[in-house]
Design a binder for this molecule. Structure first.
Ligand code: ZN
Length: 369
């Protein structure tokens, strides 16, 4: 899943955020309580350890068990963008709430940015749980462990499914996923990857298990969605049950093609998007382009948004992947995926920048007829 629009805005607004972060404390938060105060200092140090170009040493903040289990134990870090740490996206960080309980201290933090008119926009509200061991050392407790404590688990081949108690495991769907995975492994000559696959009925439930009370990806009409963590091989899916192949494709193939601008397209070619296949999105894109004759695809970068369901760029990239593999084979697709920018991609396809509009409109139209 990509959120081009949101992501671009966030990056523009946060490029200047390189130094030490400032923290504000909301009215009513008791910072005189010694344990709360220590937990707060621990959290602030952690946030400050996210530099512009490096992540913290997680073993300084997370338990040994978590560090053995995950490369990045904190599932909030890439919970909004898979490329950019959540904690570096905002220029106003406010501690909203501190709650000491017998097991841990819970802290809710509000991340926001302020525009030139001093309007506040909220990026997210997060939960962190901080525990003190017998020697007095502090460490985070993973929100996933707390929030999925009563979940069910089912393992099939290389996929460990995790799902809430109120959902029934659909073996047919799970088998379809496994079949797709086997085909992908065979085609790309890959070995199985052990994947943790968390699924719920809605995207908002998924956000909550990771520790978000709110993120700007919540709200609006519910639609199937997913996000993958290719560092720790975790898939999160809301609304499509056991067979969200798109996100699994990211886990298998992202690592092989680290610089390709077409990775989203490749996942769409194999796994569709939001439960609908590439063809469905191409048909929608085609009718949109027919209705908007003046839209100039030569200015390709500007066409990142069409509506809430079809991402035009990913759909076009999906089609380019499809065309390449079906007409020229996997080796040629890999060559295409080795291009590092969109300009290079069109150059590789022998399309001059002044002809992109004509070329793509024709290609899309031919595909849906
Ligand atoms: Zn994706």
């Amino acid at each position: 899943m990509k959120f081009y629009k949101i992501f671009v805005i966030i990056l523009i607004l946060t490029n200047s955020l390189l130094g030490k972060k400032s923290f504000y404390i909301n009215n009513g938060v008791d910072t005189l309580d010694l344990e709360s105060k220590n937990a707060l200092i621990f959290l602030e140090n952690y946030f400050n350890d996210f530099k512009s170009d490096t992540l913290p040493k997680f073993q300084n903040y997370w338990s040994k068990i978590d560090c053995n289990k995950y490369k990045i134990p904190d599932q909030l870090v890439y919970g909004i963008s898979s490329d950019y740490p959540t904690y570096n996206m905002s220029d106003k960080i406010t501690i909203l709430y501190i709650k000491p309980t017998k097991d841990f201290i819970q802290i809710k933090t509000h991340f926001a940015w302020i525009d030139t008119l001093e309007t506040i926009s909220t990026l997210c509200i997060t939960n962190h749980y901080i525990r003190k061991d017998n020697e007095g050392n502090l460490s985070f407790v993973n929100p996933i462990d707390i929030n999925t404590r009563n979940w069910k688990k089912k393992t099939l081949r290389n996929i460990e499914f995790h799902f809430p108690n109120n959902l029934k495991f659909n073996i047919k769907n799970a088998n379809k996923l496994i079949l797709n995975i086997k085909k992908l492994e065979k085609e790309w000559s890959l070995s199985p990857i052990q994947i943790k696959y968390f699924y719920t009925n809605t995207n908002e439930e998924l956000q909550k298990i990771r520790g978000f009370d709110y993120s700007l990806m919540m709200g609006n009409r519910e639609k199937p969605s997913g996000i993958s963590d290719d560092k720790d091989n975790i898939v999160y899916c809301g609304g499509l049950g056991e067979n969200y192949f798109h996100e699994v494709v990211h886990i298998y193939l992202n690592k092989l093609l680290p610089n390709s601008p077409l990775r989203e397209g490749l996942a769409m070619y194999y796994g569709g998007s939001m439960g609908m296949d590439l063809k469905w999105h191409l048909k929608r894109l085609n009718s949109y382009l027919e209705k908007n004759e003046n839209l100039n695809l030569n200015e390709f970068e500007k066409f990142y948004y069409m509506d809430n369901f079809t991402n035009p760029k990913s759909t076009i990239f999906g089609l380019l992947c499809k065309m390449q593999i079906e007409k020229k084979g996997l080796i040629s697709l890999k060559e295409l995926m080795n291009q590092n920018s969109i300009e290079e991609v069109f150059k590789f396809l022998n399309v001059e920048s002044k002809d992109i509009n004509k070329y793509l409109r024709k290609l899309i139209n031919n595909e849906v007829e």
